[in-house]
Ligand binder design. Structure first.
Ligand code: TRH
Length: 384
């Protein structure tokens, strides 16, 4: 979309359900559309406090602010009044967050109507391909298209900024940079030489059991945990409050609490570790661009529906071994049998080099699908 033409405008609406994934994904997409596609992006978000945890530049008291070239608006409820002039060329509703009725009214009054997308959640389930890019007729002859991220060429692909993999390779080939990055959080040279694990999971994960297996193991483990994650298990291990900077070593295991870092630094944490425990959606995707083995803790849903989604991914990914599948099912309470974490860990640990090798093949497969932001722009061209 070259600049001779008027700059294309885009409005991205994000409601923070809980945790950081919703804003994590929307912030990443907003920045990329602005920086790589020259689109004038306005990000409407209803929770600036969660936003600031992943992006310290955000001022929680401002109604409107410019952050990294993106206009950030504080989305306060559904009563806003808008005119057709306020409506962007492209409107993205994240996770069916229900646009303000006044904005939809203004979209209908705008000529031409904007391109309206609902950016859906990520899943490897087969039905996604059949729903991706489907139109749905809305009142006042508006059309909304469903845009699905995914792992195949018949989906919207995954978020990936251009240059990210080059940055990663440079960082992972620079031992000094990795030492300095982890050193700023207090990681000692001895902890650096151990197997480094990042731990980002939901409270339900069997962290206490895994810590016991690591502590009793014959291999030194340095477990790096963002503050607030698995707080009960971490506090019990540390014997004190799990605040950033606190660490303890028991047996073969050292646990160190990290501060919650800005989003770009979270990538570096994944790049610097030998194994990553990730969750939800955005960290799950970032782990797949880190070329390191990872264990996914999926966002729990009622009636264990998330187990279907988990199994769909474990079937789809090529970066797997039976030890990883068993461990992942156990980690998500989907193994259907009691897991001996000493055995599960020993088997997974032995396969880490193989899984790391397989991760690069999987990365190539994902790259072939194109990145989500570029695919989204191409799709918009076909329907506008
Ligand atoms: O925080 P999450 O559990 O978010 C979840 C999921 O998105 C889930 O799909 C959604 O339904 C639910 O919210 C409502 O996990 P996720 O998706 O990995 O998002 C975490 C974000 O936080 C990601 O963008 C990385 C970022 N992050 C940092 O910026 N700094 C950090 O220190 C850490 C640990 C994470």
């Amino acid at each position: 979309m070259d600049h001779q033409q008027t700059q294309t405008s885009l409005a991205l609406f994000c409601k923070v359900v809980d945790n950081y994934g919703d804003i994590g994904i929307c912030w990443r997409l907003a920045r990329q559309l602005e920086q790589e596609h020259g689109i004038a992006v306005t990000l409407w978000v209803d929770d600036l406090h969660s936003f600031r945890r992943i992006c310290p530049e955000v001022d929680v008291d401002l109604e409107r602010q410019l952050v990294s070239g993106v206009t950030v608006r504080h989305w306060r409820g559904q009563d806003g009044v808008f005119s057709a002039q306020d409506v962007a060329d492209i409107v993205i509703e994240f996770f069916a967050c229900d646009l303000p009725p006044g904005y939809i009214q203004a979209m209908a009054e705008r000529a031409p109507h904007p391109v309206w997308l609902n950016l859906e959640g990520l899943s490897a389930e087969a039905w996604v391909e059949g729903c991706h890019a489907l139109p749905s007729t809305q009142p006042r002859s508006l059309i909304k298209y469903f845009f699905f991220p995914g792992f195949t060429s018949r989906t919207g692909g995954l978020l990936l900024e251009s240059g990210l993999l080059r940055q990663r390779q440079a960082f992972q080939q620079d031992a000094g940079a990795m030492r300095a990055f982890l050193g700023q959080f207090g990681v000692t040279p001895a902890e650096m030489t151990a197997t480094k694990v990042s731990l980002f999971c939901y409270p339900q994960a069997p962290v206490t059991e895994l810590f016991a297996a690591w502590q009793a193991g014959d291999k030194a483990i340095t477990c790096l945990v963002p503050e607030g994650v698995a707080a009960d298990a971490v506090q019990a291990f540390l014997g004190q409050a799990a605040t950033a900077g606190v660490s303890a070593t028991r047996g073969a295991l050292t646990v160190r609490v990290l501060p919650f870092v800005p989003q770009p630094d979270y990538d570096k944490l994944l790049w610097a570790c030998d194994l990553n425990f990730v969750r939800g959606e955005d960290s799950f995707v970032r782990a797949q661009w880190a070329a390191k083995p990872f264990i996914w803790h999926i966002y729990p849903q009622d009636k264990d529906l998330h187990h279907v989604k988990l199994n769909a991914f474990l079937q789809a990914t090529s970066a797997k071994t039976s030890s990883l599948v068993t461990f992942s099912l156990g980690w998500n309470g989907a193994a259907g049998e009691t897991i001996d974490w000493n055995v599960a860990w020993r088997r997974l640990d032995a396969d880490l080099p193989e899984i790391a090798r397989l991760s690069t093949d999987w990365e190539q497969q994902l790259l072939a699908n194109g990145d989500l932001a570029a695919n989204l722009c191409k799709f918009v061209e076909t329907v506008k």
